[in-house]
Design a protein around this ligand. Structure first.
Ligand SMILES: *Cc1c(COP(=O)(O)O)cnc(C)c1O
Length: 392
């Protein structure tokens, strides 16, 4: 099928909920993607932070194929090996105690919210269910996680929404105190706000929030759907902030391109969700978990150091290009935001880069780059050369 035919077919039969770029993707290798006509694109997106091992990574392909052949699915009413091994690795590498596996980021956050409310209900009874989240955050597209998202623009159309969310300004402890009350059970944050524009929280602020949570027996819920699984140069971003969250959600990159998500819970939260309180048919799929194990094997400490080095290199090289449309860069590891200067439009810039063979994302007011974590220097340099040519 040609790109033109594919666009027409999609337009007719797939619900029109995405503002797509005019590019069809057919196959990929490393950090390179190709359309049906064979045109090449350097990928600075990883889907949206999903394909951390790039495309066609042989150990991943082999593990997925072998597990698909051996056992594709068994319900959670039975025991299977890959999710048990993946949960063990995640706990051992983070200091958390146990995992619940789900399928997507919003769904993982739903589980995290349910856990926080039940933790409080079990201990204090009704009336202590409010969760404070941050302005400019993004937590998902379900009726509840839309409300957890601290952006007014998402609180529309789908009334009535779930009650019990209040919002505080990021990096502002006084604002958090102002939202506090006897009815609060948890605080929920992204350590680097992703969709909001790649905005890292301050370390001192996060540590102060963690302390406040411990004092008031609020659960500290960290949404690492985008920052998790090596993206920021540590397995989870919280490891760079020196805190141990009560619950952490993960998704996007966890299985290197297959749909999987989950939450990691600390010891005190281990038994909050018991049989009959939380479940999902597809969760802990053995093929996805086998893929996730390859991701974990690949993301060694040395590999994670490389992620930091690559992120620093990309940011420094982008700033050195001194392009008229770009200001400063920000972020953590290979989660990079670029300021777009007044008079320029982020959508136009993205379209121009994509037209020239470099896939990029936007977020909040600027550009966002989430390259595959395995990206090579040669691939980064090729992307930078496209940036210079297209925007110089
Ligand atoms: C992408 C994202 C979500 C939503 O994940 P889905 O898999 O699209 O449901 C939630 N939180 C954060 C921080 C995200 O980046």
């Amino acid at each position: 099928m040609t790109s033109q035919e594919l666009k027409a077919l999609t337009g007719q039969y797939i619900m029109n909920t995405y503002g797509r770029f005019p590019v069809a993707i057919d196959h990929g290798q490393g950090a390179r993607l190709y359309d049906p006509e064979g045109n090449e694109y350097i990928d600075f997106t990883s889907g949206i932070g999903v394909t951390d091992l790039g495309y066609g990574y042989q150990p991943w392909v082999d593990a997925v194929a072998a597990q698909a052949k051996k056992l594709s699915h068994a319900s959670n009413l039975f025991y299977t090996e890959p999710p048990a091994l993946l949960a063990k690795t995640l706990c051992e590498r983070t200091g958390e105690s146990c995992v619940f596996f789900a399928n997507g980021g919003g769904e993982a956050n739903e589980g995290m919210i349910k856990l926080a409310r039940k933790y409080s209900f079990d201990k204090y009874g009704k009336g202590r269910a409010a969760i404070i989240t941050l302005n400019n955050s993004f937590h998902g597209r379900t009726i509840t996680t839309l409300m957890a998202t601290g952006q007014e623009v998402f609180h529309n159309y789908f009334f009535p929404f779930t009650e019990g969310f209040r919002y505080a300004d990021a990096n502002d402890l006084a604002s958090l105190e102002a939202a506090a009350g006897d009815d609060v059970c948890a605080v929920m944050v992204e350590l680097v706000q992703g969709e909001g524009g790649v905005l890292p929280l301050d370390k001192e602020y996060v540590q102060a929030v963690a302390k406040l949570c411990a004092q008031r027996d609020w659960l500290l819920l960290v949404d690492e759907v985008q920052t998790g699984v090596g993206r920021t140069g540590s397995l989870f971003a919280f490891q760079q902030y020196g805190v141990l969250p009560d619950v952490v959600s993960f998704a996007k990159g966890i299985a290197g391109g297959l749909p999987m998500s989950g939450i990691l819970a600390s010891e005190k939260c281990r038994n909050v969700l018991g049989p009959g309180t939380h479940a999902t048919t597809f969760g802990a799929n053995p093929v996805c978990a086998a893929a996730g194990l390859v991701v974990q094997e690949t993301l060694t400490d040395a590999f994670l150091e490389e992620v930091k080095t690559k992120g620093a290199y990309l940011r420094q090289q982008i700033e050195a290009l001194d392009l008229p449309c770009f200001g400063k860069t920000r972020g953590l590891g290979l989660m990079i935001g670029i300021e777009v200067k007044e008079g320029y439009d982020k959508g136009d810039i993205a379209a121009k880069l994509i037209e020239n063979g470099l896939l990029v994302l936007t977020a909040g007011p600027g550009m966002r780059l989430l390259p595959p974590l395995v990206i090579t220097k040669e691939e980064m340099d090729q992307g930078l050369a496209i940036m210079k040519k297209a925007l110089g």
